[in-house]
Design a protein around this ligand. Structure first.
Ligand SMILES: Nc1ncnc2c1ncn2[C@@H]1O[C@H](COP(=O)(O)OP(=O)(O)OP(=O)(O)O)[C@@H](O)[C@H]1O
Length: 285
């Protein structure tokens, strides 16, 4: 935010709609190399639609407008083939649910090696060596066993580490992690977030952490973008926002955030009046 270099990603005036129904309206933010942006908001607030628009993986019935400027190139309107290739290599994506993102019937090694051969043109042997290096980088140190395993044989934390290894495998400049720890227990959640931040530093990436849990991601991010009902309601430096949120909605998210180490089994409830006020302020009905 306060750097002089060009951001890796600059999203501006992004809107997404399905027919007449607006899902995301006028979203804008920037992310720089070596920085982490947390995108937070309740379920349905438009976080995943925003991420999908950046990745170019919106379902065809959802139309996006505005600008997604990545590393000097406008991505919105780019041919689908080009965007898909970019999505696999230049922008790494960590899905919420590794179980559904990884193929159940293919060994992990097969799934890791394919994109390395396709995007980087490595031979089978080179790709296998690179896959082992990547597993090492995500804390599955030299585990040849992981390469030969199927996804159901791995723990939740290991699956997410494999997803992260795949997301960084082709040297992306931007990593988008959409609720990367939702299905994990609190200790593993912290380990995965620490791993993402370590990789951001080591690889000099820009990192976007998407989460409904402001309390969880606040300590791992430099900046926060708060979404509600498809719109941005507040954004700025994390420390400032936690200290002095401008919007009652953000205050409610902070107050409702679980304290570290305490597990919550359901999303916090936010006062109806605060939601109505936030919707009115954001220009909704
Ligand atoms: N494929 C789709 N078709 C139609 N509407 C959709 C589709 N995907 C999401 N939506 C709608 O778009 C809005 C924003 O959804 P989105 O998934 O971006 O929210 P989110 O903040 O990521 O929530 P969650 O944390 O539950 O994923 C919601 O109203 C949702 O119902």
């Amino acid at each position: 935010m306060h750097t002089t270099t060009e951001p890796v990603l600059r999203v501006s005036g992004l809107s997404a709609r399905i027919g007449d129904l607006s899902l995301v309206r006028d979203v804008g933010f920037e992310v720089h190399r070596g920085r982490t942006l947390a995108v937070v908001g309740e379920s349905g607030s438009g976080k995943s639609i925003t991420a999908a628009a950046v990745m170019g993986i919106l379902p065809p019935q959802i139309k996006a407008e505005g600008s997604v400027f990545f590393d000097g190139t406008e991505l919105l309107g780019e041919p689908a083939r080009r965007r898909r290739a970019r999505g696999g290599a230049e922008i790494g994506y960590v899905f919420q649910e590794p179980m559904s993102a990884l193929h159940p019937l293919l060994r992990i090694g097969t799934q890791m090696i394919r994109p390395l051969r396709h995007h980087l043109g490595l031979s089978r042997g080179e790709a296998r060596d690179r896959a082992l290096e990547l597993l090492e980088q995500v804390g599955l140190g030299g585990e040849r066993k992981v390469l030969d395993a199927y996804v159901h044989e791995l723990s939740g934390g290991m699956r997410q580490r494999v997803m992260i290894a795949m997301a960084i495998s082709c040297g992306p400049r931007l990593l988008l992690a959409d609720e990367p720890t939702t299905a994990l227990d609190p200790t593993v959640q912290q380990q995965i977030l620490r791993l993402l931040v370590r990789l951001r530093e080591e690889l000099d990436l820009a990192l976007v952490l998407i989460s409904h849990d402001l309390g969880l991601v606040a300590r791992y991010s430099d900046e926060v973008l708060v979404m509600y009902d498809g719109r941005v309601v507040e954004q700025g430096l994390t420390a400032q926002i936690i200290e002095q949120p401008a919007q009652p909605y953000t205050r409610a998210l902070i107050d409702a955030a679980p304290r570290l180490g305490r597990r919550v089994d359901r999303l916090p409830t936010i006062d109806r009046a605060v939601l109505d006020q936030t919707r009115a302020m954001a220009g909704g009905v």
